[in-house]
Design a protein around this ligand. Structure first.
Ligand code: NIG
Ligand code: FE
Length: 405
């Protein structure tokens, strides 16, 4: 790690993407006490103000540290066999209904100890960090018992102590119906609402609660009960909604003030309008779209028309998005959904932070936490244009250079 006694670091002549846009001129950036202390256009740079600082870098593209606002990073096992089944024409839904899919990862995750889950998840986290992530959201949802869900959340929190990264955790108890509750899905929702949510809240293990609102998962009425319990325990709300069909889960979540609704390929205008009214972000997951070979496009034009913040995330998970290369998501979002590279980068920085309710992150501004990436590319758009690992020159977390290539 590179830090100075003064905690003052200076970058010169960087092309700066501030979380929303590329600034028109080369910039100098001063970091002090973990925060961005000053920003200058190079032509206005005042060397007196920077006396005693260490020059940490020159040239390159600087962006906010990437925010991966939707992952299922903690799990055991893999689903390579299902990948082959899907290539032979079996659908994700058919695999799920036959007891595979999410439930196959549940079996492996239940059998794993916390240390085993840490060991399985760290390489995935390291891959995200090596591609510029400084904040990552991690969901539970492969435990589906009180103890196994809490175990996953503890592992997620521990990951944040083992690496220089901000971890935001989400309880996704309502991810799939566990085998013990077949024929009694309302009984399982009771467990989520009456035990999982209160315990996760009391133990400080979850920042938010998520649901999978879908024919193969939970109904809008069941998700509504989960939202009510989350609110009663002071937790934020998110939803996997409108991924495979339109059940109106996004509008429902928005009515409960959800931070974000995620996937949303089948979202309609009524849903978008509800999101606009509640300030709910749209999280696009082009990795899952790609892996499931989906054709239904999320309603990008409507999201733009209503001014909905569009975030992008890896959705890193063993089934629908076994991908730990966040910059690939920028490329896929442009290629599949026709986002502009600027929209894609905002989607992985400022808008992703918004989707987590952390508006102070994902941007480069005086006073903001100094989570920064310095990339060896010529323009910010190149991060979306080219698919390439290893372009990160420096990663700065809370004002400390934690990675240097
Ligand atoms: O975001 N849609 C539901 N959940 C995950 C997939 C989880 C899995 O298949 O293991 C998703 O795509
Ligand atoms: Fe997901």
């Amino acid at each position: 790690m590179l830090s100075t006694a003064s905690g003052r670091l200076l970058w010169r002549e960087v092309t700066l993407f501030d979380g929303q846009q590329q600034l028109p001129e080369p910039m100098a950036v001063l970091v002090e006490q973990g925060r961005v202390a000053a920003l200058w256009a190079e032509k206005d740079f005042d060397p007196v103000l920077a006396v005693g600082t260490e020059e940490a870098g020159r040239g390159g593209v600087m962006t906010p540290g990437l925010v991966d606002c939707h992952t299922h990073l903690v799990y055991a096992g893999d689903r390579a066999v299902e990948f082959e089944q899907r290539l032979q024409g079996v659908s994700y839904e058919q695999i799920a209904r036959a007891g595979g899919g999410i439930l196959s990862t549940v079996r492996a995750t239940r059998a794993a100890t916390e240390d085993e889950l840490i060991a399985a998840s760290l390489p995935r986290l390291d891959a995200l960090l090596a591609d510029g992530v400084t904040t990552v959201e991690i969901k539970s949802g492969y435990g589906l018992t009180l103890e196994d869900e809490l175990k996953m959340l503890r592992v997620a929190r521990r990951l944040g102590t083992l690496r220089p990264v901000r971890v935001v955790t989400t309880l996704l108890g309502a991810h799939a119906l566990p085998p013990e509750y077949v024929g009694n899905s309302d009984g399982y929702i009771d467990l989520v609402c009456q035990q999982m949510i209160p315990a996760a809240a009391q133990q400080g293990l979850a920042d938010a609660v998520d649901v999978f609102c879908e024919g193969i998962a939970f109904s809008p009425a069941q998700c509504e009960r989960v939202f009510q319990a989350a609110i009663a325990h002071g937790l934020a709300i998110k939803a996997h909604a409108e991924q495979l069909s339109n059940l109106g889960g996004s509008a429902l979540a928005a009515r409960y003030g959800a931070l974000s609704v995620d996937h949303i390929e089948y979202l309609d205008e009524a849903g978008v309008r509800a999101m606009a009214e509640s300030g709910t972000a749209a999280v696009l997951l082009p990795g899952a779209f790609h892996v499931l070979r989906e054709t239904q496009q999320p309603p990008i034009a409507l999201l733009r028309q209503y001014g909905i913040p569009m975030a992008l995330a890896s959705d890193a998970n063993p089934g629908t998005s076994p991908i730990c290369l966040p910059t690939l998501m920028a490329n896929l979002a442009c290629t599949f959904f026709r986002l502009t590279p600027t929209e894609a980068l905002a989607g992985m920085t400022a808008h992703a932070a918004y989707a987590l309710g952390h508006k102070e992150l994902g941007r480069i501004a005086v006073g903001a936490p100094a989570d920064l990436c310095l990339w060896d590319v010529r323009h910010p758009a190149e991060l979306a244009y080219a698919i390439q690992a290893g372009r990160l020159r420096q990663r700065v977390f809370a004002g400390v250079v934690t990675y240097v290539r």
